[in-house]
Design a protein around this ligand. Structure first.
Ligand SMILES: Cc1cc2nc3c(=O)[nH]c(=O)nc-3n(C[C@H](O)[C@H](O)[C@H](O)COP(=O)(O)OP(=O)(O)OC[C@H]3O[C@@H](n4cnc5c(N)ncnc54)[C@H](O)[C@@H]3O)c2cc1C
Length: 394
């Protein structure tokens, strides 16, 4: 009589990484149980990409990931690539399109990606227990897992419980607690891909701008992103801001160039020659939304006619406007962060199998690790690649 409480693999978390790991392990004839405290699997998949799931990116490279151990992601990303996942999506006849910058979205709904993963799992006999909490986990020759649904044992225990972002979607720090229990190091988690906030004084200065969006190059002096910036009631958001936020600490400042495709100096020179009576705010509003142009002019003292400015002033204004510095206070925190930066220290794991060096049979995958992707499908690709690597090793 087989022991019904024994599984080759127990996976904590029925999210993107856990489901990919489960279906991969089951395809190698492993018995797999996935445990999740939520009432539904893959909740973040369902809300992702505005309901259309940006499931990968055509341009995935290790450079699109942040980690204090930058080479760790290379192996998994190269062994299960964006094209492997696209192949799976195509086999399930899910229509998709490239939106921008290599980002692939479903033509239909995110639920198609979740249903695909669930079909692959259940078709291979993976069991999924929802509304289930792990109460205790210990290791002797096997792992003993006490849950609200009873005791289970397994040879491999995979932590795929994600990060801290969006607690109302089921995010918990339990993965970090397990890591600590087994003596692993944690790189302090912090919110990533998150809107930035201004302190009250700065907020008052820009109080007429919420809702204004403009293409820009945003930089922190080390890395820059060219995408849209959006002024909000709390500070700044939009894709370029979310991207740079993962590289910032609270209180850092960013430089924004709202003229990413224009040489402002040449524009002002040309206007001075051909339309000397034009005022500068009007000229700026040819390139950026009018409200932003008016704010730029008042903020930098540019309420002048074009013919009134000499070459030196053109230089000065161009410099100020293309390196406009915004002092941030902080960010909107884990409630609004799309991902968690930091996490379980990857130096503790094999980059090939994701097994802990010090605890045989214990694996960590997905967002719980100190590997964070850019905005644009990179985080799901990390979940697929790391889930596949561990699924092949358990
Ligand atoms: C609003 C939003 C939109 C996003 N859109 C995109 C996108 O379009 N493209 C992209 O690449 N990335 C996107 N992301 C990021 C992406 O969703 C995550 O990086 C990815 O889901 C991480 O996968 P994971 O499996 O590691 O963790 P998760 O998907 O978070 O799964 C973790 C699972 O573990 C469960 N769990 C947690 N704690 C416990 C516990 N104590 N016991 C049992 N179960 C537990 C959770 O309920 C959850 O089901 C988005 C994130 C958010 C918040």
């Amino acid at each position: 009589m087989p022991d019904s409480s024994y599984f080759d693999v127990i996976i904590l978390g029925a999210g993107a990484a856990g489901l990919m790991c489960g279906l991969t392990a089951a395809s190698r004839s492993k018995s797999v149980l996935i445990i999740d405290l939520s009432d539904k699997p893959g909740k973040k998949i369902l809300i992702s990409g505005g309901g259309r799931c940006n499931f990968t990116n055509l341009n995935v490279t290790p450079e699109n990931y942040l980690s204090s151990n930058p080479n760790f992601c290379n192996s998994a990303l190269s062994r299960y690539t964006q094209y492997d996942f696209i192949d799976l999506v195509e086999r399930h006849k899910i229509a998709y399109h490239e939106k921008t910058l290599g980002q692939l979205f479903c033509d239909g709904k995110s639920s198609q990606i979740l249903n695909m993963l669930l079909e692959e799992c259940t078709g291979r006999g993976v069991k999924i227990f929802l509304n289930t909490t792990v109460l205790e986990i210990s290791k002797s020759d096997v792992f003993k897992v006490e849950t609200t649904q009873g005791y289970f044992t397994c040879s491999s225990f995979v932590v795929a419980s994600g990060g801290l972002s969006i607690p109302k979607m089921g995010a918990t720090g339990f993965g970090y607690e397990i890591a600590k229990k087994f003596g692993l190091n944690i790189i302090e988690p912090f919110p990533g891909l998150v809107p930035l906030t201004f302190e009250k004084k700065v907020l008052n200065t820009f109080s007429d701008l919420p809702g204004v969006a403009s293409d820009a190059i945003v930089s922190n002096g080390k890395i820059s992103f060219k995408e849209a910036v959006l002024f909000t009631h709390k500070g700044l958001s939009g894709p370029a801001i979310l991207q740079i936020s993962s590289y910032m600490k609270p209180g850092d400042s960013v430089h924004i160039n709202f003229f990413p495709d224009k040489n402002l100096k040449d524009l002002l020179m040309e206007k001075r020659k051909n339309e000397p009576k034009s005022d500068i705010p009007t000229i700026l509003s040819e390139a950026v939304p009018k409200r932003l142009a008016l704010k730029m002019a008042s903020f930098h003292g540019l309420n002048k006619k074009c013919g009134e400015i000499n070459n030196h002033l053109i230089e000065t204004y161009s410099e100020k406007l293309t390196k406009w510095q915004f002092q941030t206070e902080s960010n909107e925190g884990f409630d609004k962060a799309e991902v968690t930066c930091g996490g379980v220290d990857t130096n503790e794991l094999s980059s090939k199998t994701f097994e802990c060096r010090s605890v045989k049979g214990l694996y960590f995958i997905g967002e719980v690790l100190d590997v964070t992707g850019w905005l644009g499908g990179y985080n799901f690709q990390w979940a697929w690649s790391s889930g596949y690597a561990a699924g092949n090793a358990v």
